[in-house]
Design a protein around this ligand. Structure first.
Ligand code: MN9
Ligand code: PYR
Length: 307
């Protein structure tokens, strides 16, 4: 992998699904083909592994280590950057995974807020993040903000206050919230070498207008090349074209949401569209019936042509 120093993360980042066997064990053998698919078919050059889409909170620490290692190994020479999400409910587990990420040559780590015992103040969360980062001080560090999932409604901007003093390796925020005021405040506060990455795929264009450096999301697994077109249309000032693509993404997701879009559906849709064998999700996420994924895949094919 390219050296992470001064290597600002921009553009599109796919948040990967975790491949499981039909028996529900992690399936490392599918990672190589998955990376090739993302690169060759979707034009995606960076990945965010063991995150929400990767069902990290349903995995054991040992499984997360094995997965992270395989993602890094197979991405070598193919992906620009591999960001490993290491957040856990337990500080000790997060630190173990952060140390491990440094050993295996990850390009960066991201940490989500604990969500069983929730931090009650920005300072509590900042201290937790600091404690994780301090065991891997040379690894670019990203705060992963996803209040709809964690239930932690602390403004991301409050986490950033003088954060370089607390976390010298701080490199940015993965912002998966829809509060565009908080997002804008993060962008305007951020240093130029940091990355502010947006994570609500259905409103990416709004975040680009607000100054996002890139995007991390689950739908870029199968909408990667279209989202790249959206981003380049935006960069060229062609807002009408960017909007047309965004509206199609919205149409697909609103259709899917009416049918009960969740991680199980999302994963089955990816299986159907990519031909990869990523298996079922792990409980408590339920496997979606094939017919539902097929209905959504049909909608996808009616909206998007192959790249
Ligand atoms: C809650 C959740 O999983 N958010 C993802 C990223 O953070 C997104 O990529 C969504 O899956 C996507 O925007 C579809 O709603
Ligand atoms: C969507 C995203 O960024 C994640 O799966 O963590």
């Amino acid at each position: 992998m390219a050296p992470a120093v001064n290597n600002k993360l921009t553009g599109l980042v796919a948040a990967t699904f975790t491949p499981f066997t039909t028996q529900g064990e992690i399936n490392l053998s599918e990672i190589g083909p998955y990376i090739d698919y993302l690169k060759e078919k979707q034009g995606v050059n960076s990945i965010f592994v063991n995150g929400t889409t990767g069902e990290s909170m349903s995995l054991s620490v040992a499984e997360r280590r094995d997965l992270a290692e395989e993602w890094c190994r197979k991405a070598k020479g193919k992906m620009d950057q591999v960001i490993v999400h290491v957040g856990c409910m337990s500080l000790k587990d997060s630190q173990e995974l952060a140390r491990h990420a440094a050993q295996i040559g990850a390009d960066g780590i991201a940490v989500i807020s604990p969500s069983f015992f929730k931090p009650s103040t920005a300072d509590a969360l900042r201290t937790f993040l600091h404690e994780v980062s301090s065991v891997a001080p040379n690894l670019p560090f990203f705060y992963y903000h996803i209040p709809s999932v964690t239930g932690v409604n602390i403004l991301a901007r409050d986490i950033l206050e003088d954060v370089w003093e607390l976390i010298p390796s701080f490199k940015g925020v993965k912002f998966s919230g829809s509060d565009l005021m908080d997002f804008g405040q993060c962008v305007s506060y951020c240093q130029t070498h940091w990355s502010v990455l947006y994570g609500v795929d259905e409103q990416l264009l709004a975040a680009l207008v607000m100054g996002a450096d890139g995007a991390v999301g689950s739908t870029y697994n199968y909408l990667g090349c279209h989202a790249s077109e959206l981003m380049s249309a935006f960069e060229k000032g062609n807002i009408v074209q960017a909007r047309t693509i965004q509206f199609k993404m919205q149409e697909l997701l609103s259709y899917a949401k009416k049918l009960g879009f969740d991680l199980g559906v999302n994963k089955q849709l990816m299986n159907e569209l990519s031909g990869l064998c990523l298996g079922p999700p792990r409980l408590p996420v339920m496997q979606c019936p094939m017919s539902e994924a097929l209905t959504i895949a049909k909608k996808y094919r009616s909206l998007f042509t192959e790249c």
